[in-house]
Write a new protein. Structure first.
Length: 670
């Protein structure tokens, strides 16, 4: 086509493009109209919109308008570097480039030559002096038939291109605005509106395709205290950290958003069978340690879970139930999840008063439960920690925390009477063990005030005189507070305890002052590393280094180190590597009533050979022969995830003495 002919169509084309820009709210339709105007103006076969992605510095084919749709449709989404091809040149020069013989151009792109491109005109799309991309008009007919482009035609095409650039800019802003409306600026997750839109989408999918989904309503525990101690800036950093950790563990396709404050919502397509695994994964991600020294703290999460359609099929109902379930999880101490449809266990940590404890003591409802402490090397049992429990007649068991809180806050002498009851009860149960020729160590917690109170030494002396060997079995656990209150007095009492044969342990080490001076000056035997240092091993480098430091100082001072709260096999491995001596935690056993502990000590306990016990073949599902083979090979490689259940199974299955325990004789070095 001749240029003069083309010019005839120019004005209507330009007007059409102008109209489209002002009247057409839909960008795609606008582009179609504007690009058609350019194409007609130039007599080209097609016009493509190629936009620049500033972040990745790549061009991407976005839209195409023209007769040979099929040819360039194949290019939709095609990306190439911003320095490549003619588009690259246009980007730097900010001027249009017409290439009559495209296949011969030095920077012709192979893909376009293969698609049959003969000529093209690439015009920069400039808005506010920035190149947003290019408008590329293409000719697929033979080069000879393509007319030169006159300066007037080019100017007109560039005018339309500049309208397209304005529209692109507007579209970009609109996309940003739309996303701002549903994005939480702090965490960059979906905001309340965004995530609730997703709940609607999930309900829609449930109705249409019968796809069940769960809502995990998450509230972060401990954030308030972090804010109080460290200020809101740190609180915000922690929230961002939590958001990131949760985002890292949600599955592809699941949605996550912040409802506000420290509340998050995760929407996951799943059924009943997945809920446990997912909730545990989220809880794990929420265990965020922060701070140091006395301000050291830990976040965790309380999660309420609802499943649609079982628990409801409308948004309000589902959220209300999830929220209520979350409250139950929180009221039970947090760091747990609660299914909305499952009846919650009675909340434990409702306030317990001194009168309650007094009554429980009178009615003989208090008990000591025992948690094993094992040698790290071979996991042989060396002793137990006695932990206070209130076992109510209706079967409810109240753990030590609320009881201690009650009597430590009371003003009367309950604290001392109860403390002395603990000593006597432990001595009585020790007698039962001794009768069976068992002599485990017994760790007893003594409250700071009780430790410094005269009644403590009096009671201890009586018990040690009455019962031979009791003193030698005894390890008295006190916290740093008790020692620091009156260092000299604490030292005198400790020395008296030693005279009676008992050993002294400092409990929850690392959470208080952790002063080197006092551990050097006091007659201590054992340091118990607080479980907050163990919880994130082996992943947490800081905890790893601190634990390493504590172990080396303790050993330099001739003290043994017990690590508390090991729940995973990996932690056992780490603690061994760090040189700890003994370990206590759910991995070995939870605290249990005396009879169970006695049974466990006599029949069930085990020794796991030091160098890993079994290969991963040793699971309950493995064939007996396979397990036996692995068991016979005591030096089988480190097992993928051995646990006590496996070991007990082996012990029962093969009655193999290598998996049984011989209670250790005590030694001073523990
Ligand atoms: P503690 O002396 O540090 O005792 C260890 C606590 O950690 C126990 O909680 C135990 O159940 C828990 N624990 C053990 N292994 C794990 C684990 O792997 N994971 C987790 N998450 N927890 C684990 P419990 O029995 O609730 O006792 C809490 C605290 O109450 C004790 O901390 C101790 O300071 C105090 N306490 C317990 N019994 C007595 C007592 O008879 N007298 C006094 N004065 N205080 C006591
Ligand atoms: Mg303790
Ligand atoms: Mg402790």
């Amino acid at each position: 086509m001749k240029n003069s002919l083309l010019l005839h169509t120019a004005v209507p084309s330009l007007l059409a493009a102008m109209d489209a820009l002002t009247l057409e709210p839909d960008f795609q339709i606008f582009f179609k109209k504007a690009a058609a105007a350019v194409r007609t103006l130039l007599g080209a076969d097609g016009t493509a919109l190629i936009l620049l992605d500033e972040e990745t510095q790549t061009f991407e084919y976005k839209l195409f308008e023209g007769e040979q749709q099929h040819l360039l449709n194949a290019f939709k989404g095609f990306r190439f570097s911003s320095t490549t091809g003619i588009s690259g040149r246009v980007l730097t020069s900010k001027t249009s480039i017409f290439t009559r013989n495209y296949p011969n151009a030095p920077d012709a792109m192979e893909q376009l030559v293969d698609a049959g491109l003969q000529s093209n005109l690439v015009i920069p799309l400039i808005s506010s002096d920035k190149v947003l991309g290019v408008l590329a008009s293409s000719w697929f007919a033979h080069t000879e038939s393509v007319a030169d482009i006159s300066p007037q035609l080019l100017t007109l095409a560039e005018r339309i291109a500049s309208q397209i650039a304005v529209a692109c800019h507007r579209e970009k802003l609109e996309v940003q605005l739309r996303s701002l409306a549903v994005i939480d600026p702090l965490t960059k997750l979906l905001n309340r509106r965004g995530v609730l839109n997703c709940v609607d989408d999930s309900l829609e999918k449930l109705h249409r395709y019968n796809r069940p989904f769960a809502l995990f309503f998450i509230d972060v525990d401990g954030l308030k205290s972090a804010n109080d101690h460290w200020g809101h800036e740190t609180g915000d950093i922690l929230l961002r950290d939590v958001a990131q950790r949760l985002s890292d563990v949600v599955r592809k396709g699941d949605q996550i958003g912040r409802l506000g404050g420290d509340e998050f919502l995760i929407i996951a397509e799943c059924d009943e069978s997945h809920i446990d695994t997912l909730a545990k994964r989220f809880l794990q991600a929420l265990r965020v340690p922060y701070g140091k020294g006395r301000k050291r703290g830990r976040l965790s999460g309380s999660i309420g879970v609802v499943l649609a359609p079982q628990d409801g099929v409308d948004e309000i109902n589902l959220l209300r139930k999830a929220d209520a379930a979350m409250y139950i999880a929180k009221s039970q101490g947090g760091d747990r999840f609660q299914r909305a449809s499952v009846k919650a266990e009675e909340p434990q940590n409702r306030l317990i008063s001194v009168v309650d404890v007094e009554g429980a003591l009178e009615r003989n409802e208090l008990q000591l439960w025992y948690q094993p402490i094992c040698q790290l090397q071979d996991l042989s049992v060396v002793g137990f920690e006695a932990l206070l429990r209130w076992c109510k007649p209706d079967g409810e068991v109240i753990s030590a925390g609320p009881l201690i809180q009650a009597f430590e806050s009371g003003r009367g002498d309950l604290e001392f009477r109860l403390g002395n009851w603990v000593l006597r009860e432990a001595a009585r149960q020790m007698r039962l063990w001794n009768k069976n020729s068992l002599t485990p160590d017994i760790h007893i917690n003594i409250s700071p005030r009780h430790f410094l109170h005269p009644s403590f030494l009096v009671e201890l002396q009586i018990l040690c005189e009455q019962q031979q060997g009791f003193g030698e079995s005894l390890i008295i656990e006190i916290t740093e507070t008790a020692m620091l209150e009156d260092l000299e007095r604490a030292k005198r009492i400790m020395l008296r305890c030693r005279d009676l044969g008992a050993r002294m342990a400092v409990d929850d080490f690392g959470t208080g002052y952790a002063s080197l001076t006092y551990i050097k000056r006091l007659p201590l035997d054992i340091i118990k590393i607080d479980r907050s240092f163990v919880a994130d091993l082996p992943g947490n480098r800081v905890d790893w280094d601190i634990t390493k430091g504590i172990v080396s100082i303790a050993h330099a001072l001739g003290l043994a180190v017990v690590a508390e709260g090991a729940e995973e096999f990996e932690q056992i491995g780490s603690l061994r590597e760090l040189g700890c001596d003994q370990v206590q935690g759910y991995f070995i056993h939870r605290p249990m009533p005396f009879n169970d502990a006695n049974d466990w000590l006599q029949h069930k306990p085990l020794r796991i050979p030091t160098r890993g016990m079994l290969t991963h073949t040793a699971t309950k599902n493995s064939s007996a022969e396979k397990i036996k083979a692995a068991a016979n090979d005591e030096l089988a490689q480190q097992c993928a995830k051995p646990n006590l259940a496996t070991a007990l199974y082996l012990q029962q299955e093969f009655n193999d003495p290598r998996f049984s325990i011989t209670p250790r004789g005590k030694s001073r070095s523990a």
